[in-house]
Design a protein around this ligand. Structure first.
Ligand SMILES: Cc1cc2nc3c(=O)[nH]c(=O)nc-3n(C[C@H](O)[C@H](O)[C@H](O)COP(=O)(O)OP(=O)(O)OC[C@H]3O[C@@H](n4cnc5c(N)ncnc54)[C@H](O)[C@@H]3O)c2cc1C
Length: 418
């Protein structure tokens, strides 16, 4: 069956990046279709938000609902570096928002998708995009998708690839560059009950703990009495362990056993889900856009989740993508300029985080060295070192580039270490 319809924009993928892009365009009166392969709610990893996501959530009118439904996150508690003492940094030190959320992604993503629907986006679930339509010049003009055993075609002025690590569209249109030094694997499960880091606000922190056997552990109080506990380690270590007969479960147990704090949090807890694993290999596409298409979120680039920045990158990209596409739809002559600008600013966000994560990934430094580097990155040479650190890793430092994004602007984005 062939069913041709025409939209301003077709968005492929209904994760945070896709739903936010679609919702913001529709809010502006654009005719938008979103195609999602799964039926929501569906499981997804990526549960801890940084406060940099808040402007996008405010724009969608969701902050009260997020406060009602999800656990508050006040900061980050670390066991990292040569000093063995745990340390923490809290969001309120940024002088902006004092908390974000730890979310159950199936519920969070469904909320965003329904919000997009509410703004008038035509959403189709269980719609698997299989091919790109293009004209004789190679300009993307739409997509083909399968739904309920039928094949459909849909045309649009622009196609947005927000299909996450599947890169359903961009894998056909651009090359990808893999960050070989961040070629990791993640292994995780959920534990009930657990012991919070403290009775106060610190109890709402994410725990990030390096382990001497290699890699690090996250502890995310994701809901009520449930802790998400994950271990990230280099793929080479996983391969070596496999050669010695050590399973993913064995690796996970070894990391917890070698931790100082994580093991105390689940001392009386039991796993309540199956052990899950994912490839966690940072990458970035060579192009974020081309004639008739643009990519956003993990489909454009993914960075190891050390600082929980993935949803922030995706929704920030969505914010800028919606504005760039709006400029292009309004005046087609501005298309290249607007999409180039989108790519330039989005790459700055990506590169800045990647650069700091690379620096931080080596756990053999003193705490002050990490903090001083962050302080330099936010251009505050004086003052409390932790303020620089939390301002950088909460995404607050980059906010002016995002909320002030002008697709036709000419100023260089405020950045460091380019
Ligand atoms: C181990 C791990 C831990 C993480 N922890 C965090 C964290 O704590 N905090 C954080 O912010 N981020 C975290 N992340 C990153 C976060 O999960 C992602 O950055 C985020 O989900 C990206 O959102 P997205 O919308 O780009 O893609 P996704 O959320 O992956 O959404 C893409 C959607 O596209 C759909 N799709 C795919 N192919 C097709 C197709 N062909 N047709 C139609 N639909 C399609 C998929 O079904 C999916 O729903 C983590 C990642 C990993 C691997």
């Amino acid at each position: 069956m062939s069913d041709i319809r025409d939209y301003d924009v077709v968005v492929v993928g209904g994760g945070p990046a896709g739903s936010t892009t679609a919702a913001l365009l529709a809010k502006n009166g654009r005719n938008v279709m979103l195609l999602e392969r799964e039926k929501f709610p569906r499981y997804h990893i990526g549960e801890s938000m940084i406060t940099g996501v808040i402007p996008a959530m405010e724009e969608l009118g969701l902050t009260d609902e997020l406060d009602k439904r999800f656990q508050p996150k006040y900061g980050i508690s670390l066991v990292w570096g040569l000093d063995s003492e745990p340390w923490r940094a809290s969001f309120d030190q940024t002088g902006r928002y004092d908390h974000s959320w730890h979310v159950v992604r199936s519920e969070f993503d469904e909320l965003l998708l329904n919000t997009a629907r509410g703004f008038g986006v035509h959403v189709e679930e269980q719609a698997h995009v299989t091919a790109v339509l293009s004209d004789e010049n190679g300009t993307v003009t739409g997509v083909t998708y399968r739904r309920g055993g039928e094949t459909y075609h849909v045309t649009s002025r622009f196609v947005v690839d927000a299909s996450g690590q599947a890169r359903a569209i961009s894998r056909k249109l651009t090359e990808v560059s893999w960050q070989e030094d961040l070629r990791n694997v993640a292994i995780w499960n959920y534990f009930t009950p657990y012991v919070p880091l403290s009775d106060g606000r610190q109890g709402g922190d994410i725990l990030v703990e390096s382990v001497k056997t290699g890699g690090w552990i996250w502890g995310i109080p994701v809901a009520g009495d449930k802790l998400s506990l994950g271990h990230v380690l280099p793929a080479t270590l996983v391969a070596e362990a496999a050669a010695q007969g050590l399973s993913h479960q064995g690796l996970f147990d070894r990391a917890v056993e070698n931790s100082e704090v994580a093991k105390t949090m689940i001392a009386n807890g039991a796993p309540v889900d199956k052990l899950r694993t994912a490839r966690d290999w940072s990458h970035v596409c060579m192009s974020f856009h081309g004639p008739g298409w643009l990519s956003v979120g993990d489909a454009a680039g993914f960075i190891d989740p050390l600082f929980s920045q993935g949803v922030w990158l995706g929704t920030s990209g969505a914010w800028m993508a919606a504005r760039a596409l709006e400029a292009a739809l309004k005046n087609p002559a501005d298309t290249e300029r607007a999409l180039d600008r989108y790519e330039l600013v989005y790459r700055v966000l990506y590169d800045e985080f990647l650069s700091f994560i690379r620096f931080f990934y080596d756990p053999n430094k003193l705490r002050e060295i990490y903090l001083e580097r962050a302080q330099q990155d936010v251009w505050h040479p004086d003052g409390n070192l932790k303020v620089g650190f939390i301002t950088l890793i909460s995404g607050i430092k980059a906010l002016p580039n995002i909320t002030g994004f002008d697709p036709l602007g000419t100023d260089l984005p405020k950045t460091v270490r380019m």
